[in-house]
Write a protein that binds this ligand. Structure first.
Ligand SMILES: *Cc1c(COP(=O)(O)O)cnc(C)c1O
Length: 337
């Protein structure tokens, strides 16, 4: 990895040396297996292939200003993985198994952790799926849990910049009482058509409304939404929103900045009252939104081409914790040596 141009890396799979796995068969989990094999051998009738019994996670390890490696909120990702597995009636791994696997993957692939100052980081992808062969729709008796990683570049190559978003009322991402609140591949299958359409029209993301009434803001692509106004950090609350760990962290940071945090239904009419708004998630931390275009009504919401002051401060404060530039008061980082 000596000659890698870390800053040029995108968000793509880049081969590393090791991945770790656990297999569930005959009612029990295997020990952790560490392998260099990038492939899996699976029956063509495996339940994940036919009935979407698949879930995943995404988290990052950062090389800090002090040279130490920090894994961000791994226990929270582990708990969310377990909640997704429970929702899909898959065997449940323990929090410890997942955390151990993530730490092992970071340690074994240390040479792929990008240097401090490049904006790049090591992205970890835990993925789990049912592997039982069969035709009928029923819970899988067997499963595989894999954690692998890939170095990824800074989300914004030339500094954090507002994005353009398309509001889509013709496609919904997730239904109330569906699986929107768990991180399963099925939600992505449901949204790929609308996001592909938005990309083709030059937008980087889709803003989804609640599927029942199309009155409330839900999510921004595969990221949570937040708006800023009158000293408040406002983020939608709905049973079909994925509980973003970045959003959870930003709510705490916002509170520390003296903002009032509101997590409640956000009606679409409120959009024009926000001073700033953005999308948040592990990939970019914050993607400030510059413009939202309603594809059905042609209505446009403008927030400017510069990053808002509050969004910028939220972004910087959270990155300061991730890169070890400020105190980790809440114990979000796991240092790895
Ligand atoms: C993963 C994901 C997010 C972001 O969650 P983080 O934990 O902050 O990365 C938001 N929305 C959806 C639909 C997601 O899948």
């Amino acid at each position: 990895m000596e000659n890698t141009d870390w800053s040029a890396l995108g968000f793509d799979y880049h081969k590393t040396d090791w991945n770790v796995r656990y297999a569930y068969t005959d009612g029990r989990w295997s020990d952790m297996e560490v392998t260099q094999d990038e492939y899996i051998r699976m029956h063509m009738s495996a339940s994940c292939l036919h009935y979407g019994l698949e879930l995943f996670e995404g988290l990052k390890a950062f090389r800090g200003v002090d040279g130490k490696v920090r894994l961000f909120r791994v226990a929270d990702n582990a708990r969310r993985l377990i909640s997704s597995a429970a929702r899909l009636c898959l065997p449940l791994p323990t929090e410890q198994m997942i955390v151990d696997a993530c730490i092992e993957v970071v340690k074994r692939n240390a040479r792929y952790i990008p240097p401090y100052g490049t904006g790049a980081s090591l992205y970890l992808r835990p993925v789990m799926f049912g592997t039982t062969a069969g035709l009928g729709v029923k819970p899988a008796k067997d499963a595989l849990l894999i954690v692998y990683c890939s170095p990824v570049g800074a989300y914004f190559k030339s500094g954090i910049k507002p994005i353009m978003v398309a509001l889509d009322r013709e496609q919904d991402r997730a239904a109330p009482r569906g699986t929107g609140d768990v991180k399963v591949g099925g939600n992505y299958a449901a949204s790929i058509y609308s996001s592909n359409n938005a990309h083709a029209l030059g937008y980087s993301n889709v803003l989804y409304l609640d599927a029942a009434e199309h009155k409330f803001i839900e999510e921004c692509g595969a990221a949570n939404f937040f708006g800023i106004k009158d000293g408040k950090y406002i983020t939608p609350k709905s049973p079909s929103i994925l509980p973003s760990i970045t959003n959870m962290s930003l709510r705490q940071v916002a509170q520390d900045m003296g903002l009032t945090v509101e997590q409640r239904p956000v009606p679409l009419e409120e959009l024009s009252t926000f001073e700033e708004c953005g999308a948040c998630g592990t990939a970019a931390v914050i993607s400030p939104i510059g413009k939202i275009f309603d594809m059905q009504t042609n209505e446009v919401y403008e927030f400017g081409s510069e990053v808002g002051k509050v969004s910028m401060e939220l972004y910087t404060r959270l990155q300061d914790i991730q890169y070890g530039r400020s105190e980790d008061k809440y114990g979000w980082c796991t240092e790895i040596d």
